[in-house]
Design a protein around this ligand. Structure first.
Ligand SMILES: Cc1cc2nc3c(=O)[nH]c(=O)nc-3n(C[C@H](O)[C@H](O)[C@H](O)COP(=O)(O)O)c2cc1C
Ligand SMILES: O=C(O)C(=O)c1ccccc1
Length: 384
């Protein structure tokens, strides 16, 4: 079976009826395509990185330094890309990365994203800073994990975890690299910060513990509610010895997102963490940081046999996924490309971006000579 590759046939057959895909099938061109239709504030917010953009570029450049070495006559016409990560079965080793404030690019925001993902059975990781309450996104159905921006108020934290569990989110992803926003010149130049415009605050504004700290509901005094949001979710000071609090309030798997150093990975394993997302937040936090792909091999050596490693930052093509898997990741997360899909064509756009990546991955895996992602090892690669 090579189910994802079917999208290739579907597109060519549509061509016989003079229909072409809603936008390019080449995710490396999506940013330029989206720029021509999106408002400058939201576009800059999505595309931008920290500082000079050095790490955004480094993330992509790192993929080009690894080359795939294809194998022949391996029976790879039959393929099975499905896998299970931390108890979640998925049709391919791909999840949608947590991206907050999606209503700034499309009014349906995370609901459209969740619908597109659910139709393909691809797991989403819903951001704490989503534009719709986590219960509304859960009602769409589909496999789902919850990403926590760890608030300063323990009662709000416990309440968010309780709600996420009750709504069927199965894995907790704790993002560590964005305890405050980096210096982001594109957003600064536009003086554009979505939260100050009450975007991405839906989970807080529907949270009983959050609302309990307000004299008036957000509908009556939005400014004060936003200030409380900012004080809870930015500048949070979290240390390793705070992790037991999460264990107390979350009984499923816990994943730390934003790990780049093998010593942090070892510490996480020692603390009993179940998985890591090797990520530099798509180059949005530390300008000059190591490319996320370059951080992966040392972390795989350090802890690859102790917990599940996932990867993000710079994934655009099937070949990129193959490289990350060969270097030790069990699955990858896709960031900006699906957000551009959402901006360009809503639910249909997310679906097209996702199906394009999965078809490319399926075909490239087969042509590389592999039937399953699990058979990829560093021997499938050559370092230029
Ligand atoms: C617009 C935008 C918003 C994001 N919001 C979040 C978020 O709320 N939580 C989080 O953990 N990561 C967030 N991220 C980071 C992504 O989860 C992911 O790490 C990153 O986009 C991966 O890199 P890529 O865009 O190059 O694929 C965001 C990224 C973007 C582009
Ligand atoms: O912009 C981001 O990268 C991000 O992670 C974020 C942080 C807070 C709220 C929404 C998104």
């Amino acid at each position: 079976m090579a189910e994802h590759a079917r999208y290739q046939n579907e597109i060519y057959l549509q061509g016989l009826a003079d229909r072409v895909p809603p936008f390019t099938t080449d995710a490396t061109r999506l940013e330029a395509v989206a720029e021509s239709t999106m408002d400058p504030g939201p576009f800059g917010y999505v595309a931008g990185g920290a500082g000079s953009g050095d790490t955004v570029r480094a993330n992509r450049a790192a993929f080009a330094r690894w080359r795939i070495v294809p194998r022949m006559m391996t029976g790879a016409t039959e393929r099975d890309l499905s896998t299970t990560v931390l108890g979640t079965p998925m049709p391919a080793p791909v999840l949608l990365a947590p991206v907050g404030v999606q209503s700034i690019v499309h009014p349906d925001g995370e609901l459209a994203t969740a619908r597109a993902a659910a139709a393909l059975d691809v797991p989403i990781v819903l951001s704490t800073a989503s534009s719709y309450p986590l219960e509304d996104v859960a009602a769409v159905g589909g496999p789902r994990w919850f990403q926590l921006y760890w608030p300063n108020d323990p009662e709000v934290c416990a309440s968010l975890l309780h709600r996420a569990k009750a709504a069927g989110y199965t894995v907790l992803v704790v993002t560590l690299d964005t305890w405050t926003l980096a210096w982001r010149p594109r957003d600064l130049d536009h003086a554009y910060l979505p939260f100050l415009r009450a975007a991405g605050v839906a989970n807080a504004f529907t949270d009983p513990a959050f609302l309990a700290g307000l004299a008036k509901p957000p509908a009556e005094d939005q400014a004060t509610a936003i200030l409380r949001w900012v004080s809870l979710f930015t500048g949070t000071d979290k240390r390793w010895d705070h992790l037991p609090f999460l264990r107390e309030h979350w009984d499923g798997p816990i994943v730390l997102k934003g790990i780049q150093h093998p010593d942090d990975a070892r510490r996480a394993a020692d603390e009993g963490i179940n998985g890591l997302i090797i990520s530099n937040h798509g180059g949005r936090q530390v300008d000059g940081a190591i490319a996320s792909l370059d951080a992966l091999p040392a972390i795989t050596s350090a802890v690859g046999d102790r917990l599940d490693l996932l990867f993000d930052s710079g994934i655009r093509t099937g070949a990129d996924v193959i490289k990350a898997l060969a270097l030790g990741a069990k699955a990858v997360l896709l960031g900006r490309p699906y957000v551009y899909g959402l901006a360009l064509a809503g639910e249909e756009g997310v679906r097209h971006a996702l199906r394009s990546l999965l078809a490319d991955l399926d075909l490239t895996l087969g042509l590389t000579g592999h039937q399953t992602p699990a058979s990829l090892t560093p021997s499938a690669l050559h370092r230029d």
